[in-house]
Design a protein around this ligand. Structure first.
Ligand code: FPP
Length: 223
């Protein structure tokens, strides 16, 4: 088994909020609300582990087709998450965002979410601990196509290094462990380039219930 002894990069596909709510007779939106709360809890756990990078899939380029009320609710949760600046500063966590640039032709991120994202990035920029990267309006294929186009437009030969240099966030290191909750065993267009060599931890636990023990089980794949 490979054993990695540097701060890890853990990436999470936070699936199962809707089913978690359904099992409790609650609306799907309640599951997303609990999912956001659980992410805040998990960040507190992650900073106590040897995790340097935690990347989470908050909203994909494909998620816009969900019912409007659900999309609006998830957008509001992103505003809430990026508004947790005091908590992030207390934990020395730097937050950043990965996704389709706001000014790209097909991007649809509303201004209030853009503002919350920009403010949180600026207000946590000086933190030196774990980096929390939130994927919002993110799709791996779109990222890769734009990187290849940018490399080509710059007249560069297409190499792993040149493609990497044109990713949305070139400094994000390779993913060590990719987690997907709630029983689905798919990668869903998440961090396709960055997780080329990663271990994968699938668990039946729904995202709102994913806790410290689950995180430790995922990390155990590489430690
Ligand atoms: C999957 O649940 C989760 C999402 C579509 C992403 C939204 C995630 C959250 C709201 C968690 C909080 C995170 C942030 C970044 C604010 P699902 O609806 O696909 O669940 P289901 O498969 O059970 O229907």
């Amino acid at each position: 088994m490979t054993s990695i002894h540097r701060p890890l990069h853990v990436a999470c596909i936070m699936d199962g909020n809707g089913r978690w709510a359904g099992h409790r007779g609650l609306p799907r939106t309640a599951g997303h609300t609990e999912g956001e709360e659980n992410l805040a809890r998990l960040v507190r756990v992650a900073v106590t582990r040897e995790i340097g990078w935690l990347t989470v899939f908050g909203f994909s380029t494909e998620n816009w087709v969900r019912p409007r009320a659900e999309v609006r609710h998830i957008l509001g949760l992103h505003e809430k998450l990026f508004g947790r600046v005091a908590e992030l500063n207390e934990l020395n966590v730097r937050i950043q965002w990965i996704g389709r640039p706001f000014d790209s032709p097909s991007a649809r991120t509303p201004k209030y979410v853009q503002r919350a994202i920009r403010k949180a990035i600026a207000d946590t920029a000086g933190n030196t601990g774990m980096v929390l990267t939130v994927a919002f309006d993110y799709g791996g294929r779109t990222e890769l196509m734009s990187a290849v186009r940018a490399a080509r437009a710059a007249g560069e030969t297409i190499t792993p290094e040149s493609v990497n240099a044109h990713l949305y966030l070139p400094d994000v290191p390779p993913v060590d462990v990719l987690v997907r909750t709630s029983g689905e065993q798919r990668v869903s267009n998440f961090l396709l380039w960055q997780s080329a060599g990663s271990k994968i931890h699938f668990t039946d636990t729904a995202w709102p219930d994913f806790d410290a023990a689950d995180l430790d089980a995922a990390i155990a794949l590489v430690r």
